[in-house]
Design a protein around this ligand. Structure first.
Ligand SMILES: [Fe+2]
Ligand SMILES: [Fe+2]
Length: 274
């Protein structure tokens, strides 16, 4: 099974540049072309939040237009830049919850890996939250007996990355409880997040965590305690999560853009090119 993770699109209405600098609509178009050209093609695309920049219907209308080119099944969870109701209304297929449900969290059960989408949005706040209702739902889902592995996808990471201005807006309330659930649950093979706009990997509570790079702009790597809040135009990228029963989960970073190569290591006679 191959999962493409697209995160932190930050689309502005009317193709407005993010922070007066970043052509996020163009970046999403590039990301769609990139994912559609992959061979093998992913089975599914997971969007891990910050779909819009201000969370308006206009922004999500533009995202919908661009995603017409994406013919692979895709699902979304919200980030702090999103708003639930306009997002759910714009993407009913990608967010399979009914209007009376307060949170955009759900399970995708059509694949060898059970995919659990978590809603960490605390609307209007930059940091994330898992309240008692959301944690109860997760506790119930994790208690369901299954012989399939489970992968959780969500926006805010529950860990500190060392990038201080992002760490103060990670998953706050509910992170300890989430950790407790992971410690007690079998078969959670990973937790994939967005929000930090960089490829970052660690193990937390015995579970591998990977944070995906943005398909638009990256957060500058600065681990000084007083490092300023800043972004950098390092290459846009997405994570590709391969899962097989033999190997488990393997995460690759796939850069979006035109790069020199690939060049062969060996000539036509099978000799190493020196
Ligand atoms: Fe973001
Ligand atoms: Fe975010």
């Amino acid at each position: 099974m191959l999962i493409a993770q697209i995160t932190d699109l930050h689309i502005g209405a009317g193709r407005r540049l993010a922070y007066r600098k970043v052509d996020t609509a163009g970046a999403l178009e590039n990301a769609v072309r990139h994912v559609m050209a992959l061979d093998p093609r992913p089975d599914i695309v997971l969007f891990t939040g910050d779909i819009g920049d201000l969370g308006t219907a206009e922004e999500y209308g533009l995202v919908r237009d661009i995603l017409r080119g994406l013919t692979i099944p895709y699902y979304m969870v919200p980030g702090n830049h999103d708003r639930r109701e306009p997002l759910r209304t714009a993407f009913p297929q990608a967010i399979p919850v009914t209007a009376d449900q307060p949170f955009l969290q759900y399970v995708i059960d059509d694949f060898p890996v059970r995919l659990i989408g978590l809603d960490t949005l605390d609307e209007g706040m930059p940091g994330g939250k898992l309240c008692a209702a959301r944690l109860d739902w997760l506790r119930h889902e994790l208690a369901i007996a299954t012989d399939r592995p489970r992968l959780i996808f969500m926006h805010h990471p529950p860990v500190l990355t060392g990038i201080r201005h992002m760490d103060v807006q990670n998953l706050g309330d509910g992170a300890d409880e989430l950790g407790g659930l992971l410690r007690k649950s079998d078969g959670v093979i990973g937790l994939i997040c967005g929000h930090v706009h960089r490829a970052i990997h660690c193990v937390w509570q015995g579970v591998p965590i990977s944070i995906g790079p943005s398909v638009a702009h990256q957060v500058a790597l600065d681990v000084r305690p007083d490092g300023p809040s800043a972004f950098i135009m390092e290459p846009p990228a997405m994570h590709l999560h391969f899962w097989s029963p033999q190997q488990g989960l393997m995460t690759h970073t796939s850069y979006i853009g035109h790069f020199d190569g690939p060049y062969p290591f060996f000539d036509e006679n099978g000799n190493l090119i020196v």
